[in-house]
Design a protein around this ligand. Structure first.
Ligand SMILES: [Zn+2]
Length: 330
């Protein structure tokens, strides 16, 4: 399987860098809204830091809200998916062409210094140009790689090694894609939910700060009525499934303390990711390849246990399923 960081993790276009810097400025200002130095440090380190990279930083150094709002999930399949990348990365893979992308022309497999490299051909302004896997972030519009583009290469790709895939993990799944505006709005929404629910910051303060920073960075067009109404929506501050605050621990549903289980002592443990109530990013309506659903109206933090219950179903389907199970157990 493809391992390691996504290729070109530290390569940013000017626009990528601009968006990440806006997010970093928002993070710093949000942190200053919290009372007490210790809480400020905890918020910034645990949630709000921003890494100037496509994958929000590796391992424990990763930035939580940046990952959840701006980056695709970590993947290490024997496939060309990036192991995290910016959600507005311009090359998506899909089963049919999404509305927000144009199909590429073709794929070729080239040898570069004795190694297999995917080359993608795209038509921009009536000219066909090609990009190696490590250059795909430079493509100026969003293109989709479709099943017919892979088809001529199936036999050859079957024999690719883990290293081949690691060197060519340069695409994102169309259902995880979003625009730069969606990404910033989602970043604001997720920060707001933690600031208000877990750190007691007033919504009006988050709103004023967001407006001021976006105005200063010439991104005010993002702060339209939509974002203002989302910040004012109470559903942002509770788990979409159990409707309790994000700081609600779910302990009352556990009869005993968890029994300890062995962990390899030579590996770094991830912070509290396994607690029942650890906030995890969730999509109230499941993601789709055909339209962008990673946006501030659909992305929420929910408890880990609640999120796992939902898997990839909609809230409606989940509730119907829960009602059925409760009925079966009378
Ligand atoms: Zn919950």
């Amino acid at each position: 399987m493809a391992t390691g960081r996504t290729i070109s993790a530290k390569e940013l276009t000017l626009r990528d860098a601009e968006i990440l810097k806006v997010c970093l400025n928002l993070s710093k200002e949000y942190t200053s809204l919290i009372e007490g130095k210790e809480s400020q440090v905890s918020y910034f380190e645990t949630w709000a830091k921003v890494n100037l990279s496509r994958d929000a930083g590796a391992g424990r150094g990763g930035a939580k809200i940046q990952r959840d709002a701006l980056c695709t999930r970590g993947r290490t399949d024997k496939a060309p998916y990036s192991n995290r990348n910016l959600r507005w990365h311009p090359l998506v893979v899909a089963s049919s062409c999404p509305k927000f992308a144009k199909p590429i022309e073709k794929i070729e497999i080239h040898q570069l210094n004795g190694e297999n490299v995917l080359k993608f051909f795209v038509k921009t302004q009536k000219k066909v140009v090609s990009f190696n896997s490590e250059q795909t972030h430079q493509i100026s519009e969003t293109f989709a790689v479709l099943p017919e583009h892979w088809e001529p290469h199936h036999e050859e790709l079957k024999s690719w090694s883990d290293d081949d895939w690691t060197r060519n993990s340069c695409l994102i799944s169309a259902n995880e894609a979003c625009t730069q505006v969606d990404a910033i709005e989602t970043f604001v929404a997720l920060n707001a939910s933690i600031l208000v629910a877990n750190y007691g910051v007033k919504i009006s303060k988050v709103s004023e700060t967001t407006r001021r920073i976006l105005l200063k960075s010439n991104q005010l067009s993002i702060y339209g009525d939509k974002l203002a109404s989302i910040l004012a929506d109470n559903s942002l501050y509770v788990c979409p499934i159990c409707k309790n605050g994000l700081d609600f621990t779910l302990d009352i549903f556990r009869d005993d303390e968890r029994s300890p289980s062995w962990k390899p002592g030579w590996k770094e443990n991830k912070q509290s990711e396994g607690d029942d109530h650890s906030p995890q990013v969730m999509h109230v309506n499941p993601l789709s390849e055909l339209e962008i659903r990673h946006n501030s109206s659909n992305v929420r933090y929910g408890h880990r246990w609640c999120n796992i219950t939902m898997t990839d179903h909609s809230l409606e389907e989940t509730l119907r399923f829960m009602r059925y199970i409760v009925g079966r157990h009378e």
